[in-house]
Write a protein of this length. Structure first.
Length: 56
């Protein structure tokens, strides 16, 4: 496989592959069961005692 063939493959199917990965990540993050985990992660800095860590 020479450079031109590899370049043509990457230009065509590489783009399709990367778009598929992008869609998979978006669908994974937007699934209904992920909502509560996202809310919990967003509240970590606001929890009581979060600011006290590291202070003596």
């Amino acid at each position: 496989m020479d450079y031109d063939a590899l370049r043509h493959f990457a230009d065509s199917w590489g783009l399709v592959y990367m778009f598929g990965i992008f869609l998979a990540v978006i669908l994974f993050l937007l699934r209904p069961s992920a909502r509560q985990r996202a809310v919990d992660a967003a509240q970590i800095p606001l929890r009581e005692g979060a600011m006290e860590i590291g202070h003596d």
